[in-house]
Design a protein around this ligand. Sequence first.
Ligand code: DX5
Ligand code: ZN
Length: 221
Amino acid sequence: MAEVKKAMISPSILAADFAKLGEDVADVCGCGIDYLHIDVMDGMFVPNISFGAGVMKSLNSYTTVPYDVHLMIEDPDRYIENFVTDNTEFITVHYEACSDLKKTLAHIHSLGVKAGVSVKPKTAPEVLDEYLDDIDLILVMSVEPGFGGQKFMPDSLDKIRYYSALKDEKGYSYVIEIDGGVGEANADIVREAGTELIVAGSAVFGAKYRAAAIRAIKGGI
Ligand code: DX5
Ligand code: ZN
C-alpha cells in the first residue's frame, strides 16, 4: 500500500462561534491541531471585515498552539507590530497587497517572527521566485480570499506542486500551506500534491466530531 502523506493543520477561527471564541479555541486545541489560523480582513483588500489584533490577543490564554496570522489587508506594514505576541509564529501578508515585498518581509523578521506570503488564485506562482530565500511560509489561496465556506479551486494544486518541486530541487525551507475549501473529502489530494500545512475553517468548526475531522484532514495523527 502506498504511504499516506501527512500534513499539519491550522483551523481558521473565522468559522468558530465568535460569541464563545475562547471555548471553541480551547476545544480544538485539545484535538491535535498544530496552529491556529487568524484571518484578518480589512474591507479593502477583500470585501469583508473580520476582526483585529485585540481579538487575537484575547485568545492568548486559551490557545496551546502558535498563531499563523493571515493578513488580508492593504499595505500590511501599518499593522504588523500589532500582531506580534509570544504566541505568534507566522505573519503572512499578500503579495498583491505589498508595494515593496522585500521590505515587508524584513520588517516581519525584524520583529522576531517568521514571514509568510500568500498568493491569490489568479496570481502566477513565479511572482515569488525572487523572494524565496526570505520566505518562511507560502500560503496558496484555493478560494478567492474574503469568506469562509467557499468551494475549493482545484487549479491551486498546480501551484502547490510548483512550490513543492522548487523546494525539493533548491532546498528552500519554506512551509507550503493551502487555504480555502479544504475538508475531509479533498484533503488527501491536497496532501498528495505537497501541502505541508492545511487551513480548514468550516470543515473543523462545523464538524460533528472535530477530533475525527482533524485527524482525517491531517492524514492521521
Ligand atoms: C478566506 C480565509 C480562509 C477561510 C477558510 O479568505 O483566508 O482561511 O476562512 O475557510 P474554509 O475552510 O471554510 O474555506
Ligand atoms: Zn486564511
